[in-house]
Design a protein. Structure first.
Length: 316
């Protein structure tokens, strides 16, 4: 049986120009870590109906609830901006507030970490005739929109071919500790380097970027070519080509890419974006680079409840 030395294994892999498999896993000790902040920012709670249902036909009632920012400034939570509550379905019950375009809208503007706003809606219950003289329900459905942002940083550690050969000869394990940090909010951006790190500096490195909805609402897609598109910033030390993204400029030694096609979220996760990175500089040993992904977005939360309504009975 022939036993390949570590050096022999290294020389076999050196002929490859792109990282697609495990490569020199025996030479690498990659201990990457992802730090993820909590998901929820705004939540709807303390929902109540006054008076308690069932509501008498043709009488008034009120629905109340809180929209609360569950984060804290100490944890780095930001304020939720442009908070808007949209009542869009109420069945046979009728809002007494102004209806515009088929909905009732309340602007809450900004809710700071730890803060809350109370929402009240007044309704008129349906008449006996509208109920058909039978007990029924009114479905009350609403949506809370707010503006927030996602931010992810991820390390990419490279090693020179010279340093790699030295490690192969001496039997040394090269250790990298790449760190990925994901900000608070329901949308998380993941940057997945498709190689064990440190990566040999002369290889083309595939990087997969995706957006995941981890919140209590329902985010459907990342729009393209807007101020709410996905932005990824790569170091200028790399030649970058991406599918579903195009280069839009440079800033602070970074090359900026933005998605130029809509990225649909399927089962809470976007279709992946692949970028291939080729290092265009020189390093003697090992070096850590940083990839940044960010996105502004409007996040929707949905709420609903069924309000029971009973008819009034008049004596004969």
């Amino acid at each position: 049986m022939k036993i390949l030395s570590i050096l022999g294994l290294a020389l076999i892999v050196f002929v490859s120009g792109c990282v697609e498999g495990q490569g020199l896993q025996s030479l690498f000790g990659s201990f990457g870590e992802t730090k993820t902040a909590p998901s929820d920012v705004l939540l709807v709670d303390s929902m109540s109906v006054v008076p308690n249902p069932p509501i008498t036909a043709n009488s008034n009632f009120t629905i109340m609830f809180q929209v609360k920012n569950v984060g804290s400034a100490e944890e780095g939570t930001k304020e939720a901006k442009n908070v808007e509550v949209n009542l869009y379905d109420w069945g046979e019950c009728k809002p007494t507030d102004t209806i515009i375009g088929g909905s009732v809208v309340k602007d809450l503007n900004v809710i700071y970490p730890g803060g809350a706003e109370i929402v009240e809606w007044n309704f008129k219950a349906p008449t006996n005739q509208e109920l058909g003289n039978m007990e029924g329900t009114c479905p009350i459905r609403f949506k809370v929109n707010y503006d927030y942002s996602a931010y992810t940083t991820s390390d990419l550690v490279l090693v020179s071919e010279k340093r790699l050969k030295q490690a192969a000869k001496s039997g040394e394990t090269l250790t990298a500790n790449p760190l990925q940090t994901q900000s608070r909010g329901p949308l998380k951006i993941t940057i997945d380097v498709q190689a064990d790190q440190p990566v040999r500096s002369d290889l083309t490195i595939p990087v997969i970027i995706s957006v995941k909805d981890t919140g209590s609402g329902l985010y459907q897609y990342v729009p393209n070519d807007t101020d709410k598109s996905l932005i990824v910033k790569f170091p200028k030390d790399f030649d970058v080509s991406c599918d579903k993204m195009k280069e839009t400029g440079q800033d602070n030694n970074k090359v900026i890419f933005k998605n130029n096609v809509k990225l649909d979220l399927i089962k809470g996760k976007s279709v992946p974006v692949r970028c291939d990175l080729t290092f265009n500089g020189n390093i003697e040993d090992m070096k850590t680079f940083n990839i940044i992904a960010e996105m502004n977005y409007t996040y929707p939360l949905y709420g609903d409840l069924e309000v029971r309504v009973k008819p009034t009975y008049e004596g004969l």
